[in-house]
Each structure stands twice: as C-alpha cells, then as structure tokens.
Design a protein around this ligand. Structure first.
Ligand SMILES: [Zn+2]
Length: 330
C-alpha cells in the first residue's frame, strides 16, 4: 500500500515537473530529482526556514526582500528548511493556510521557481500527507515537499533529510499530536534512512555535497544542538566529506564551523517570528550569529561557493566563501 502510493507520487512528480527527472540510479532508496545549471555552469538559490504565519511577524517583509535578491541573483530555485506552516502544519490539502502563508506571500516573480521543502516538527503536528500531496502542486506549481530525497544539480548534490522522526521527545510527547503515518516505528525509519543516505553519499561524485534538514545539528540559539542528530546523523556526514549542513528550527541566522571536519553548519530559520534572546556557545567555532529575521543565498560554481545572510531589510549581514581545489592533493 505504502509503496504503491509512493509510485503514484513519483509518477505525478515526473509528469508535473518537465525539467526535473528521476534518474536511473538504483543504488539508494531515496527519490532523486534533477535540476539543471545556468548556461554558464553556475547555480544560485535562496534558503529560508520557519516561515508560514500568514504574513505576520515580518514574514511578508522577508518575502519581499527574497523577491528582490532572488531577481538580482537570477536564482534557480528556493530551499525551505521546514516548519512551513505554523503552528500545527496543514489540516488537509484544502487548508487555506497554504495559500495565505505560501502562495500569496512568496508572490514575487523571481520566487516563482521550484521550491524544495522538507518537513519541520510543526508540520508533523498537522496532516503530513497533505503537505506531501501532489494536490498542492496543482494549487501552486512551485511547491514541492518530500520527506527525504536527493536533488542532483551536476556540480552539487543536495541531500534532504527528514529530521523530525530522529527527535525522541516528540515520540514521547503526550500533549502534542504528531502524525507518524508512514514513519513509525522510529528505529526502522531512522536506520533505513541513515543507511540510504550513507550509500548515496558514498556513491556521489558531485564536487559539492550539501545536506539539508529541519533541525539543528550545532546551534547556539534557543533549541541548541539536536543530540540525536549529533549522535546519529553527524557521523555519516563527517564520514562522507559533506561540505554544508543547512537547517532551520532555530529562528535565526548562524554559521558554525566544525572543529574536526570541513563541515559548515548554516542555520537559515528567520522566515518570520524571531528574536529568541538566547545565546549558548558550544565547542565548535561560531563564525556568525544574528538572532533575527532573514534568509540566505548560495551562489555556486564547480570551484567556488559563496553564501550571504540578509536581514529583514535585505541588508547583507554576513558573507562567507570557499573554494574547491581543482586538483586535490589526495
Ligand atoms: Zn522546528
């Protein structure tokens, strides 16, 4: 039953997105999508998280600036790091919040590109299958949300990971209902996901490997580190030379460098309500922390990566860049 549903979903996605195709790789269970580069071989995109509040808490202001920067950078697509609809996800495919928090807010011309979204813990409080449903794509073609999947863009592979099921406290919460359909039992889900992710990362020949999840791995803000991800996900990322881990969950912008690996932790969770007022340093190296609203851009070539954090006024707050050696010494 589950697998036939997944087949239908895959079929609908292929039909609905002519520029995205499932590739013929069969070595991993994770669904695969493709996105082409610009004609000059580069790629640019925006990353936003923790946003769906019907325009309130400056969601609309952040969206306006995303539209402006999106146009400047001629973005290829947008990544949402989850907590797409507050407070309790969507009630179903006919929930007006989809239009009020997404379609009507991200209306700028430059944002009418493909959005690739993961689920956050608040999304799990509602009807998760609604957010994953192709019916929403009929309402707004830029929407695409899946649990865990791989996006292949030639020079870079993005590995989207469904992180909410990792967090044990959600499973034990008697106050808040979580929609674990097609997920439970937890341990099977996590084990299979980590195995598929590890295999896909090992097989990857992309120059850049980016992993996206809703939850923090390392964070100095309200939620801090997510211990289950530090223990179970981070070792897989370290073993496979992942360049970036991007997340939301904490409503801020932050860049933390791993001290014992090349991984850079980027939080882009400033899509609406923000200003948590918490700063708790951890043992990795904090490069930048802004406890407010905003978003992130990424510009990429085979050799160069540049990221920028912007605030609610579209002001450039912080830039970081790195280069891949064309001829690595190993
Ligand atoms: Zn969250």
């Amino acid at each position: 039953m589950v697998s036939s549903k997944a087949m239908v979903m895959a079929f609908v996605v292929v039909l609905a997105i002519p520029t995205l195709l499932f590739s013929s790789h069969t070595f991993a269970e994770l669904p695969r999508l493709e996105h082409s580069l610009k004609s000059d071989g580069s790629l640019s995109l925006l990353v936003i998280g923790d946003w769906g509040r019907k325009g309130e808490f400056n969601q609309s202001q952040v969206a306006n600036q995303m539209g402006r920067i999106g146009e400047e950078l001629d973005i290829n697509f947008v990544i949402s790091t989850g907590d797409n609809f507050y407070d309790n996800g969507l009630t179903g495919v006919d929930d007006k919040a989809f239009e009020e928090s997404f379609t009507n807010i991200y209306a700028a011309k430059s944002l009418q590109k493909q959005w690739y979204s993961v689920l956050g813990n608040h999304d799990y409080r509602g009807d998760v299958l609604a957010q994953l449903s192709p019916v929403l794509r009929e309402l707004d073609r830029k929407w695409l949300c899946m649990r865990s999947f791989i996006l292949d863009a030639e020079i870079v592979q993005f590995f989207f990971v469904d992180t909410t099921p990792f967090v044990k406290s959600y499973w034990n919460d008697t106050q808040i209902h979580n929609d674990w359909r097609e997920v439970a039992p937890r341990q099977n889900y996590i084990t299979n996901l980590l195995k598929d992710l590890d295999m896909a990362l090992k097989e990857s020949t992309a120059t850049w490997k980016f992993v996206i999840g809703h939850h923090t791995i390392r964070s100095v803000s309200v939620h801090g580190d997510t211990i289950e991800l530090v223990e179970e996900l981070l070792p897989v990322l370290k073993a496979n030379n992942v360049d970036l881990y991007m997340n939301g969950h904490d409503h801020c912008l932050q860049h933390i460098s791993s001290k014992d690996s090349p991984i850079q932790f980027m939080t882009s969770g400033g899509g609406s309500k923000s200003w948590g007022g918490v700063y708790r340093p951890n043992s990795d190296e904090l490069q930048f922390f802004y406890d407010g609203q905003g978003f992130m851009s990424l510009e990429l070539t085979k050799r160069d990566l540049k990221m920028v954090f912007y605030d609610v006024f579209g002001q450039n707050l912080y830039e970081w860049s790195t280069t891949k050696d064309a001829y690595p010494s190993m």
